[in-house]
Design a protein around this ligand. Structure first.
Ligand code: MIG
Length: 789
């Protein structure tokens, strides 16, 4: 007999319905399933620090996620069913579920409250929309949500996730291109993460238009399905989040170099000329992009034969000059019989449709187009294989644009259907994962085609988990001071949301930067994981030599610095592949309890890797105020020391961005090279700044090209500094890759006037470099080298 149906008439009005009270509970694999007056609530153990909550009115749906790659594991250590509450214990968390009404509370084992439902509302439905309310703590900070504008601390703001193409987006624009429904809350001495894995249009409210009593997250449809991360610190939360949604694989080493783009470089002679100009001017560069004009009438996977009569020979010429080529691809396939992309797409039934089977048509660069259904495995495979038209001639990087998806008008009707990997859905649920699945198809296909080489994939639209497939750039920004600073925060926010390999269009895509802004942005770009100069069609030239000789010289100096830093940067990328720790790290990761770092004036400061503190300065300023977090900090260019927890006015001319190294900091540098296929000097320079606390740097190197590192072909060694024992140790190498460096120069910064030390017991005299720097050189073997000073 049919069960009592409590929702008759429900759709007739918009009045909220709540969870109600506990009725019964049963144990299931990895957790429990609760029945309340109005819903089913599942609580599952993923790990001692990760618990998932799923709530639905009409019973739970079959599980499916494009973001999550981890399965629930283990079980609660204890499940207590008390009169008024249930208590679930993991090895490090307590989940207390009060019964009437049903509310969740997460605390440490010692009882410190981390996060709890807002008592009055808990969870509500209005129509198909579901919302979860959490109590907001006084002065609670919120960071994350991926590519969002606005301040570092999102308290007092609300956001929407609906991937959107917004050229020249403004300082408060929302939503933009990327959906990552993951944030970190910080209050008292605790931090936690919440990942709301729902790809319908979602909303997050961190106390906007309310009295700061609660924060909330909602989805237009689908299940309340969120993961609670309760690791002890933010690094732990990020580690757990990236275990759940995956981590990036190492990108090709060349993609860490300087990249030159423009809409568009063509014909072939212009591309070749661009390449030789970089070499003549001795401005290092690794990548040249081809934007939409390389195609025949914007038809994806074709070449315009007039502009590029022989792409293979052109690419091989510029490969010989040390460049790699990245080409753009858009999802829209031109409707044109006889065009392979169209014919194959029709034949293999690859395009999205209305109910009943009529193909969806939208207009974009090629004119009227059909759009691949990237949520279908068979379509992803077809798409991936089609890249042979680009990999054949030698393209190694694949730039995925317009994949929000964006069509002129930007309003695909809600009824358009998607395969959703066999689960059948509509654009309402597929829209926000379209870019993710296009990038996935691109990555998987080109990885096959490149036969062992790492492809470089770049995307504009994304969903949580994108880091497994692609780098992300922040879309069509503008050449303004505000955009430069906003980009810093967007990159840092993407970083805490699992995406390390990100950056803006350096110099601004739309508009013309002043000479000063261009120069400053170049310096900030050096300390950005993804460094690409890009410019809109018909805009002023923005290559590094386009702003006069002075700016050209400053740009060269900064790009040189990027190439000197590559051993350090690559090690930071590797760390990210292992722990999810981003390359560009908002100070909130390491200093969450320090109120100063959230202030307007200081919120753009960040760590680049573990050792470097970057204080982006407005280009028109020659002095700026810097806040130094806990510890002590050396200005990198002159070894001047600053105390932590203080502010200081420092100079910041265009050729000297305020960049600092933590005391005890360890930074390996190489000689300047013109591109990453050129061999640097065999002597690596290991810089150590004096300090009072021990520090260690994990150095990483591999071939930079293949995935052989996954089977042990890498070279890792720990470089450690112990000021108590007065030693610097270069650890024994790990892994079977032999380093390109056979000697090292150890540069000691601010170690007083010691003139000699012992290297593996042998006396060694030091040479003077500046009044604060002493150095020596010695051979670098695979064995441990111990330096006592
Ligand atoms: O409708 O391919 O964000 O980087 O240069 C614009 C042309 C399409 C938008 C991208 C931009 C790219 C441009 N594209």
């Amino acid at each position: 007999m049919a069960a009592f149906i409590p929702f008759i008439g429900f759709c007739d009005n918009d009045l909220p319905v709540f969870l109600g009270s506990f009725k019964s509970m049963k144990q299931v694999e990895h957790g429990i399933l609760i029945t309340t007056d109005n819903a089913k609530v599942e609580v599952l153990h993923f790990s001692p620090t990760v618990v998932r909550i799923r709530i639905n009115r009409s019973g739970l749906q079959p599980e499916f996620s494009y973001a999550v790659i981890q399965q629930p594991a283990g079980n609660f250590k204890e499940i207590k069913d008390n009169q008024d509450s249930l208590v679930l214990l993991t090895d490090s968390l307590q989940v207390v579920i009060t019964k009437s009404p049903l509310r969740m509370k997460f605390s440490t084992l010692a009882g410190t409250i981390i996060s709890l439902d807002y008592q009055e509302y808990g969870l509500s439905w209005q129509g198909t929309e579901v919302t979860c309310y959490k109590k907001m703590f006084p002065a609670e900070k919120f960071i994350g949500l991926g590519e969002k504008t606005g301040p570092l601390n999102r308290h007092g703001n609300a956001y929407v996730n609906w991937n959107t193409d917004i050229p020249a987006y403004s300082y408060r624009q929302d939503p933009l291109y990327v959906t990552i429904p993951f944030y970190i809350g910080i209050h008292d001495d605790v931090a936690y993460g919440i990942f709301f894995d729902n790809s319908f249009r979602t909303k997050f409210n961190f106390g906007a238009s309310t009295d700061d009593e609660f924060s909330s997250f909602s989805a237009a449809n689908g299940e309340m399905n969120y993961y609670f991360f309760g690791a002890k610190n933010i690094a732990g939360v990020i580690r757990d989040y990236t275990l759940l949604t995956g981590r990036m694989k190492l990108p090709p080493y060349w993609s860490l170099g300087y990249q030159q783009c423009r809409w568009s470089y063509y014909p072939e002679s212009e591309v070749l000329n661009l390449a030789s100009t970089f070499r003549e001017k001795k401005i290092p560069c690794d990548v040249i992009y081809l934007d939409i004009h390389y195609m025949d009438n914007y038809k994806i996977f074709t070449w315009n034969k007039d502009r590029f009569p022989d792409p293979k020979s052109m690419i091989s010429k510029i490969n010989d000059m040390g460049f790699h080529v990245v080409t753009i691809v858009d999802p829209g396939i031109k409707i044109e019989k006889g065009y392979t992309g169209y014919d194959e797409g029709i034949k293999n039934d690859c395009f999205i449709k209305y109910p009943g089977g009529k193909l969806y048509t939208g207009s974009v660069w090629p004119g009227r187009c059909h759009f691949p259904d990237f949520t279908s495995p068979k379509v992803r495979e077809w798409w991936g294989k089609s890249f042979v038209a680009l990999t054949g001639p030698g393209v190694e990087g694949f730039w995925n644009d317009m994949n929000e998806p964006s069509t002129w008008g930007q309003s695909i009707p809600d009824i358009v259907r998607f395969d959703f990997d066999g689960h059948s859905s509509t654009i309402a649920e597929a829209h926000n994962v379209y870019g993710l699945n296009m990038s996935r198809a691109t990555y998987e296909g080109t990885k096959q085609l490149l036969d062992g080489k790492r492809p470089f994939v770049l995307t504009r639209a994304a969903y949580a988990g994108i880091q497994r497939y692609s780098a992300v750039w922040t879309g069509d920004n503008q050449a303004t001071e505000e955009d430069m600073m906003m980009a810093v925060r967007m990159v840092n926010s993407l970083g805490v949301s699992g995406v390390s390999f990100t950056g803006p269009d350096m110099g601004g895509f739309i508009g013309t930067p002043t000479n000063e802004l261009f120069a400053r942005w170049m310096s900030v770009g050096v300390y950005t994981p993804f460094l690409r100069n890009h410019a809109e069609v018909n805009s002023r030239r923005k290559e590094p030599w386009s702003f006069g000789e002075d700016i050209e010289e400053i740009s060269r100096q900064w790009i040189n610095q990027r190439y000197r830093l590559l051993p350090y940067l690559y090690s930071a990328f590797f760390e990210s592949t292992q722990t999810g720790m981003p390359v560009a790290r908002t100070l909130a990761i390491n200093y969450p309890g320090d109120e100063k770092i959230y202030e307007n004036e200081f919120q753009n400061e960040y760590l680049f890797g573990g050792e470097i503190l970057v204080a982006p300065a407005a280009s028109e300023r020659s002095y700026c105020n810097v806040y130094f977090p806990e510890g002590e900090w050396y200005r990198m260019n002159n070894d001047r020391l600053y105390k932590g927890k203080t502010e200081s006015v420092v100079d910041c001319p265009l050729d000297n961005l305020p960049v600092f190294v933590r005391s005890g900091g360890i930074i390996p540098l190489q000689s300047v090279i013109q591109n990453t296929s050129e061999k640097p000097s065999p002597t690596i320079e290991i810089n150590v700044w004096n300090g009072k606390v021990p520090n260690a740097f994990s150095y990483y190197e591999d071939d930079g090209i293949t995935y052989n590192y996954e089977s042990g072909q890498y070279c890792r060694r720990l470089i450690s500094f112990d000021p108590v024992k007065r030693t610097i140790t270069i650890g024994k190498t790990e892994g079977s890759f032999s380093s390109k460096f056979t000697a090292f120069r150890l540069v000691l910064h601010d170690f007083g006037d010691i003139m000699g030390l012992k290297v593996n017991g042998q006396d060694q005299t030091l040479k003077l470099r500046t009044s604060k720097q002493r150095f020596f050189e010695a051979a670098l073997t695979n064995e441990q080298i111990e330096i006592r000073y």
